[in-house]
Design a protein around this ligand. Sequence first.
Ligand code: AOF
Ligand code: ZN
Length: 349
Amino acid sequence: TPTAAASARVTPLEVAAMRQAMLLARRGPRHGANPRVGCVLLTPDGSVVGEGWHAGAGTPHAEVAALRDAASRGLPTDGATAVVTLEPCDHTGRTGPCTQALLAAGVRRVVVSVPDPNPVAAGGAERLRAAGVDVVTDVLAPDGRTLLGTWLASVERGRPFVTLKLATSLDGRVAAADGSSRWITSDVSRHHAHDLRAEVDAIAVGTGTVLADDPSLTARNAAGELHRDQPLRVVVGHRDVPAGARLHGPGGEVVHVRSHDPADVLRVLAEREVRHLLVEGGPTLAAAFLRARLVDEVHAYVAPVLLGAGPSAVADLGVTGIDGALRLTMRSVLPLGPDVLVVATPEPP
Ligand code: AOF
Ligand code: ZN
């Protein structure tokens, strides 16, 4: 395996520095256009001279932050080893290329966990080797991939990673026969779902849900206060959003995609560098994403409530016989107060 091959070429101090770099990376935000990345700079004898992490798009990359840390401590980086969780970038995006910064600082060796899958930024390892730097990749790669999470999945797919959220009664309904839907699940489940909103880049609902429920689609804490970063609010469908809708209140920017095709929605969002989309309903939008095989993960909050009538969480999927059922793989079941959260993933197409 690449990991075994890499481990033969790294020292125990470098592996320990990689674990530290991964902890540093976790200080960065889980959401946003950019990945979480950490970097530790070591002298040739293995002492730490600088540490850095990436705090989100537009801020310095982890390598540059670590070089600045060393400079601010008055410690030399000449001949140093950079241990970094993602392959250093070789492009000028919102900031300059990390390859150039590392070379200018005299770094002679670079230890990487995961190669950068983003075509515009990739090529750093190649560039550094061409400049005579010793580069080792795939160190603790499984942990490095876990750290990158939905960012990596999104870049690999070339579209946002899609989580479908359902909140249902035990018999799979999202509202009673008269349309009333507040509150099927408990406040424990609702707070949990709000934490998920704070982790994603965008939340989508159909126009039917806007008209029926008038949601605000904001990420709030248990006290009802808005988080600092708010997800983009995406309305899908041809009907207009009423001028007085709660969506027009404080929160993230509102984007209206006048199409019923989930692929159109993902295209618009990919252009805006959305990496993680949460589809919150209603049943028509959920079915459209499922039929298009554009759901990566389902989060179902299920309450011990029976309604016996009323709309189900997912509209017609075109399944006429049991052989055509959409089968998912159970990933986890989490009790949440009186409810449970089921996380399941569809079979890859
Ligand atoms: C690195 N170190 O800490 C991060 C990297 O627009 P920019 O300039 O912020 O570049 C964003 C891309 O750079 C991002 O999509 C990913 O490929 C890479 N992120 N690279 O060398 C870092 N965060
Ligand atoms: Zn960079």
